[in-house]
Design a protein around this ligand. Structure first.
Ligand SMILES: [Zn+2]
Length: 317
């Protein structure tokens, strides 16, 4: 089906392991209505699709919808609208979601991987608005990413483009969840920051330990940046190591894509200036001279809405 781009309303669906967030948006990417369903993690694909369709019908009401976008975790064949392998969704293998939903709703549907969708959302209506080439990096448990190249979402020949978290920045680095050593993610994700902090503290006295105890949790990225901002030396050393690793990955990003904007989202980005200031400084130092003033690094703007906004506005891509 072809999308009528001059009409007004679209629906975005953010499909997660345990939730379905669905929203109605106008063409400026503004959320007008939303619903959220919690789904039991072990629901079958058929049951999840029923809930997807139900959520779309609930938000659309009488609005004339011109398209629906779906953000899915895992590997997605964007061209054919098939979820090849959805992480956290059992049975969710080779699901022709686009076709299923188009048949049941009679509206064109686009499906893409959630990190790519988030990149598109930040580009269309968030921190990357008005940029030309934008790279989105989300640093949380892992490192996810998506690329908008010359105004187009880069999906690759199988929909797998933009897995920057698994590009290698060290030949003998720490072991990554993907089984290789030296991935960017293994140095700089939230999980890695927590590991580095635990190693750095050892038996030393650090504010990180106290901050974590106040929260009743183990030391996480949040405590590291918080303690560093309060002058804790052990935490500052971890921040120095982590921001260097992030900058190293971004050097590769800058040299590969020549972005005018890099957007950083995810839980770790909430550290604010304590993260962004050294990362920008270090990245500028690492890149070759002609690249130095060609890019900005901005915190993501859309927060939890990034999935629904990105998915819905895919219809205007
Ligand atoms: Zn990896």
């Amino acid at each position: 089906m072809t999308i009528e781009k001059n009409m007004e309303y679209v629906v975005g669906v953010d499909l997660g392991g345990t939730k379905i967030a669905t929203a109605l948006l106008d063409r400026n990417g503004k959320v007008l209505r939303r619903v959220r369903y919690e789904t039991a993690p072990l629901k079958s694909a058929a049951e999840v699709i029923d809930s997807l369709v139900e959520s779309v019908n609930e938000v659309r009401g009488d609005f004339p919808i011109v398209g629906i976008g779906v953000a899915s975790p895992g590997a997605v064949d964007t061209e054919r609208g098939i979820i090849l392998n959805g992480t956290n969704l059992p049975e969710w293998v080779e699901i022709p979601l686009q076709q299923e939903m188009e048949t049941r709703l009679g509206i064109p549907v686009k499906v893409a991987n959630d990190a790519n969708v988030a990149a598109w959302g930040e580009y269309y209506a968030g921190a990357g608005k008005n940029s030309k080439t934008m790279v989105y990096v989300t640093i949380s448990t892992g490192i996810g990413s998506g690329i908008v190249l010359d105004g187009k979402l880069l999906v690759g020949s199988n929909g797998f483009a933009g897995e920057l978290g698994h590009t290698i920045i060290g030949q003998e680095g720490p072991l990554c969840s993907c089984g290789q050593v030296g991935c960017w993610e293994a140095y700089a994700s939230g999980t890695s920051i927590a590991r580095l902090a635990a190693e750095a503290v050892g038996s030393k006295k650090s504010l990180m330990t106290e901050l974590a105890a106040q929260d009743g949790t183990a030391i996480g990225a949040k405590h590291v940046f918080q303690a560093a901002s309060l002058g804790d030396e052990v935490a500052s050393a971890v921040v120095d190591e982590v921001t260097s690793a992030i900058a190293l990955g971004l050097k590769n990003v800058v040299h590969t894509f020549n972005p005018d904007c890099i957007v950083i989202g995810g839980g770790v980005s909430l550290a604010g200036d304590e993260l962004f200031s050294p990362v920008l400084k270090k990245t500028k130092k690492l890149v070759m001279e002609p690249y130095r003033e060609t890019f900005r690094i901005a915190p993501a703007k859309l927060g939890d809405d990034v999935g629904v906004v990105g998915a819905a506005t895919l219809c205007f891509a």
